[in-house]
Design a protein around this ligand. Sequence first.
Ligand code: SF4
Ligand code: SF4
Length: 135
Amino acid sequence: MPARKRGEPPGAAAGSVPDCVRCGACCFTTDPRYVEVFDVDWARMGARARSLVDELTEPGEDGAPRVRRFMRILDGRCAALGLDPDRGRYPCSIYEERSDVCRHSLEAGWGHCHEQRAAKLPIAEEALRRSARRG
Ligand code: SF4
Ligand code: SF4
C-alpha cells in the first residue's frame, strides 16, 4: 500500500474505489500472520504501535524456533484499525508507522484491492454497524 493508503483520496486510477479510510476491507482478517512486521517496520514503530504487535514462534528452515512479528488480530481485524461509525470511517491508528506490507502490498483500486473489497467489504460494514450499536 503506497503513501495514500488511508490518506489522500486515491484519484482517477482507483476508479470507483473510495478513499481507503472509507473502506477498510483489507485490514479485516482472522489470520494471525496477515501483516508481518519486519525489522525495518519495527524500527519505525513507537511504543504504542509496538504494543499492537505479536511475536509468534514457528520452526525455521533449519528446524530451530524462529520468532516473527505480526500485527495483532483482534475481533476479526488488525488491532490498529479504528472504527468511526459516526463518520463512516476506518482510520489506521498507526498510519505513519504502519508496516511496509500495508504500504506496498495493496493500493486502492489496484492489484488485490478489488478482490479484498469483494471478499471483505460486507465484513467491514457489519463491523461498523456493530460498533455503532455498541455506542
Ligand atoms: S481494500 Fe482497497 S480501498 Fe479498501 S482499504 Fe484496502 S486498498 Fe484501500
Ligand atoms: S496497520 Fe493500519 S493499514 Fe495496516 S492492516 Fe493494520 S489498520 Fe490496516
